[in-house]
Design a protein around this ligand. Structure first.
Ligand code: UD1
Ligand code: CA
Length: 438
């Protein structure tokens, strides 16, 4: 728990992304950038969270439990904080932490170190090669900060200077500081914006002390372009991989994780597996290469793939085997089920130890509605069968290869819709004789 009010800045056009998607909704490890920042803010247990957003984020924030302020039009980061605190007397007086919605790699430990600094204001700094778009942090001999100059406002002499620490954007203000500095901010810069970074010079002029805290760049990289999004994704994936490896998972650097992937110790994940959101894998399961999993549970000892696609609402039971080119959607597979090759099982409930032959398809959609297929335990489905839902096949029944099952099948029966085989003796020779050569 921290006694801070957290303001998350997420408005603005994000024009440098050159994408119709609002910048902070671009995905990182399967979740929007802003989701990562919100999760960090929530885990700090603050006094309150205020999110400053623009119109295009209103849907995303429609059921947010936090205070949401529309900044319309966005006129800079300083303007965003002014808007967040306009008419909110008690909140404005509180100690305040400002986080940026486009800076998603920040960790709890670093924020806590920032909050532990003494002084009237603290800010995170880092180093990165030139050229870069970050604000330059100017320090005094006593190590406190006197000013931040935005890169677009640097003089021609300052521009190539590699010695300045860079502004990460994350700032903490002691109680009562913001109401004193915010009214002094002016849009006197290249962009005509009200900069939050100018609070430093204002506070310094008022006799306040601003403390910098230098942190590794990979905690504070901002996302302004598609290239930066990729750079941040690479760092996040490396972190997630290390986390899973430290927890006893066998996986390498070609595996893509979502931020919420849950893998039990002893899980084997082979190269080029992609985890979307909401996947849980239990002990001893093996996920083979090129499989794509979203919203599913793989129970103990099951094997999946290579080239399997598991979609939302799927559970693969203990010791089940899902092979190549099998797609599962909203399917619950019991213990020991085998679906080894080339199948689509959607909206299906498949009992223990069923065997699903190659090429089996559940016809779950009639063009308007989805319907359910139920296979009770021990059902054997011959290859190339079509199960036209809604349909139930009772325990122990066999479906002959190539059957189209349109009615419920009783327990322990054989159901087969295949026409009887016809053979015509000597047909090949007769055909050759009757076909004139060209
Ligand atoms: C900002 C800093 C810069 C710092 C960099 C770190 C300012 C003026 N500059 O620059 O010193 O090195 O971050 O990443 O603060 N936003 C709003 N409303 C606005 C404008 C922006 O809410 O009117 C939000 C954006 O959604 C974003 C964050 O504030 O999450 C930062 O804005 P951005 O325009 O990306 O600032 P930078 O140019 O990166
Ligand atoms: Ca930025």
């Amino acid at each position: 728990m921290i006694p801070y009010h957290i303001i998350i800045l997420a408005a603005g056009k994000g024009t440098r992304m050159r994408s119709p998607l609002p910048k902070v909704l671009h995905p990182l490890a399967g979740f929007p950038l802003i989701w990562h920042v919100l999760r960090l803010a929530e885990s700090l247990g603050p006094k309150g969270i205020t999110c400053v957003i623009s119109q295009d984020l209103q849907d995303f924030f429609s059921d947010s439990p936090h205070r949401v302020i529309l900044q319309d039009p966005p006129k800079g980061t300083g303007h965003a904080v002014q808007q967040a605190l306009a008419g909110a007397g008690h909140l404005a007086q509180a100690p305040t932490l400002v986080l940026y919605g486009d800076t998603p790699l920040l960790t709890m430990g670093t924020v806590q170190a920032l909050l532990a600094l003494d002084g009237d204001m603290g800010l995170l700094t880092f180093r990165a090669p030139l050229p870069n778009p970050y604000g330059r942090v100017l320090c005094k001999d006593d190590g406190t900060v006197s000013r931040i100059i935005e890169s677009s406002d640097l003089s021609p002499e300052q521009k190539p200077n590699p010695d300045f620490p860079l502004n990460a954007g994350i700032m903490a203000f002691r109680a009562g500081v913001l109401p004193k500095v915010l009214p002094e901010l002016r849009p006197q810069n290249q962009q005509g914006e009200v900069y939050l970074t100018d609070t430093v010079a204002v506070l310094d002029a008022q006799g306040g002390r601003v403390r910098p805290l230098s942190v590794p760049a990979e905690e504070v990289l901002g996302v302004n372009t598609q290239q930066e999004l990729q750079a941040v994704e690479t760092i996040m994936q490396a972190r997630l991989l290390k986390h899973h490896q430290n927890a006893g998972v066998m996986a390498g650097s070609s595996v893509i994780f979502a931020a919420d992937t849950v893998l039990a110790a002893g899980t084997q994940v082979h190269p080029y597996v992609v985890f979307g959101r909401g996947v849980r894998v239990d002990e001893g399961a093996v996920i083979h290469s090129f499989s794509h999993l979203t919203g599913c549970v793989i129970q103990r000892g099951a094997t999946v793939g290579p080239f399997a696609r598991l979609r939302f609402g799927t559970t693969v039971g203990e010791d089940a085997h899902i092979g190549n080119f099998v797609e599962l959607k909203a399917a619950t597979l019991g213990k020991g089920v085998k679906a080894g090759h080339l199948s689509y099982l959607g909206d299906a409930d498949i009992g223990d130890n069923c065997n699903i032959g190659a090429g089996t398809i559940t016809c779950n959609y009639d063009g308007t509605h989805k319907h359910k297929t139920t296979l009770e335990s021990g059902v054997f489905v011959g290859s190339h069968s079509a199960l036209v839902a809604p349909v139930t096949v009772q325990e122990g029944a066999y479906l002959g290869a190539g059957s189209v099952i349109t009615k419920n099948v009783p327990k322990d029966t054989l159901a087969i819709t295949r026409p009887a085989l016809t053979t015509v003796p000597h047909w090949s020779q007769r055909r050759k004789k009757n076909t004139p050569s060209s």
